[in-house]
Design a protein around this ligand. Structure first.
Ligand code: ADP
Ligand code: MG
Length: 469
């Protein structure tokens, strides 16, 4: 009996720790906004067999969390504690008071003070000071968006309004939006700047409905000089939030207030969005951000790295080669690239030594695997055979003549360098060759690259063709 109790106590302590690490992961996964708006509302209760019990303040929050975040929550929980297979969420009304107290936390107190002091900034969602214009690295894929964002800060609002920036995930939209907020705030050109995500907008809107206080909600949004709304695609399918935003948006435009919006798609692709809204969005300046090419990825990561070193006041602990490896392999988006850098950097600090490419590969095994999908051995084989103007079949065949053998070695070499496939796997993809053949190829190409600059250039060019997609 005693043992049982002790065990229970030990496991409940454990459970708290486990939940805390899940919370950390969720925060990283979804970012502060979603985390604070939704996930923070979860209280953990107890574990019974394989079911973990949660409580949240309202039915709405429960439904929302269930449909949007639950799979991930269970996945992370299961990583921490394999016993947990399911989650049940109950509603605890006593938590509502807590939730509604959000407005009374210290940062909001500051907001209220600011307002009474007639201060010029609604501190609704603090801007991140890493996201300023001078920290944004410009390349062909984002220069138009960058230039427009900068220009938007200084122009007369009649020139163009709103500014709409769109592009895929992790490409720098939020960074630019914050940068605009900072700039306007620093220049004192606007009395009040409000930045928030569409999700946050909805959260506040619903809160005002629940508190029967939509008047002050409307007033607050209509009284700003600049409204910056991030991730508008979040409103797709949320008709009443959209409708409310449309009114806010219209009245701001009518009052000549600057509005900046970001989305993951162009205005015309906003599905069931109100047509008038779409056309008003298209009527301003619409610019997109494309995925970064290798050179831009490399410059960004170099910059981020130098910042990290500066912030942590320690000496350099990564080779340039590692940075270039990361920029070459993590091609999905800048956010993942940055995540990879942080991980490697932390690891190197813990180890207290320099990290080389091999160690980087093992630290980032999982991440590289998912990015690996982008560069496949098939793709490498195709690019190499077309570069050397030989047939794909000949590249893979067992024919040993030089014209085929050398390109084959190049392709094996690149498969080793650019993917995380193992040597035997690579061997198999080249007509079932042995892994020692692959090792030999890698050595041979390394040697040739060192002694023959023309050859070295060729291989670098092919690498670029493959990686700069
Ligand atoms: P999005 O909002 O488009 O999903 P973010 O603005 O959140 O992307 O960018 C993700 C991360 O990548 C941020 O840390 C951001 O600073 C960084 N980032 C993206 N593009 C650039 C760039 N051109 N220069 C510097 N950092 C960038
Ligand atoms: Mg964003």
């Amino acid at each position: 009996m005693y043992q049982d109790l002790n065990q229970n106590r030990a496991s409940s302590v454990n459970l708290k720790d486990q939940w805390n690490s899940v919370l950390k992961k969720l925060n990283t996964e979804y970012g502060n906004e979603i985390f604070n708006s939704w996930i923070k509302n979860i209280s953990i209760r107890n574990l019974e067999e394989d079911v973990l019990y949660f409580t949240v303040p309202t039915r709405f929050i429960r439904d929302w969390i269930t449909s949007h975040y639950l799979d991930k929550i269970i996945f992370f929980l299961n990583q921490e504690n394999s016993q947990i297979k399911r989650v049940k969420i109950n509603i605890d009304n006593s938590l509502t008071a807590n939730m509604l107290n959000i407005d009374k936390d210290p940062s909001d107190q500051r907001k209220i003070n600011n307002n009474t002091n007639n201060s010029n900034y609604i501190d609704d969602w603090p801007l991140d000071d890493r996201f300023k214009f001078d920290k944004f690295v410009v390349g062909p894929s984002n220069e138009l968006a960058f230039a427009s964002a900068k220009r938007f800060c200084s122009i007369d609002v009649n020139d163009f309004n709103p500014l709409y920036i769109y592009g895929g995930v992790g490409l720098g939209k939020t960074h630019l939006l914050h940068a605009i907020g900072w700039k306007l705030k620093e220049d004192n050109t606007a009395n009040s700047v409000l930045y928030l995500s569409a999700e946050r907008f909805m959260f506040q809107f619903i809160k005002s409905l629940r508190q029967k206080d939509t008047m002050s909600f409307k007033q607050k949004f209509r009284s700003v000089d600049v409204l910056i709304l991030d991730d508008i695609q979040f409103m797709i399918g949320k008709v009443s939030t959209q409708e409310e935003f449309f009114h806010t948006f219209n009245s701001l435009l009518d009052m000549n207030k600057k509005v900046i919006i970001s989305g993951d798609r162009s205005p015309s692709e906003l599905g069931s969005f109100n047509e008038r809204m779409k056309s008003r969005l298209s009527g301003g300046l619409v610019v997109d951000i494309m995925p970064a090419d290798f050179n831009l990825r490399f410059s960004i990561i170099k910059n981020k790295y130098e910042e990290l070193v500066k912030r942590n006041k320690n000496s350099l602990s990564l080779d340039e080669e590692v940075l270039s490896f990361l920029a070459r392999t993590v091609t999905s988006n800048v956010r993942e690239l940055e995540g990879a850098l942080n991980k490697v950097y932390t690891f190197s600090n813990i180890l207290g030594k320099k990290i080389d490419v091999e160690l980087t590969k093992s630290v980032l095994k999982d991440l590289l695997k998912s990015n690996d999908r982008r560069i496949t051995i098939d793709e490498i084989q195709k690019k190499v055979s077309s570069y050397y103007n030989i047939k794909l079949d000949d590249l893979i065949s067992s024919r040993r003549i030089r014209t085929f053998a050398r390109p084959r070695q190049v392709a094996m070499y690149l498969s080793k360098k650019l993917t995380t496939r193992s040597l035997p796997e690579i061997g198999r993809k080249f007509g079932g060759r042995d892994h020692t053949t692959v090792i030999h190829a890698v050595k041979k190409i390394d040697e040739l690259k060192e002694h023959d600059s023309k050859f070295d250039e060729d291989v670098n060019l092919i690498t670029q063709m493959i990686t700069s997609i």
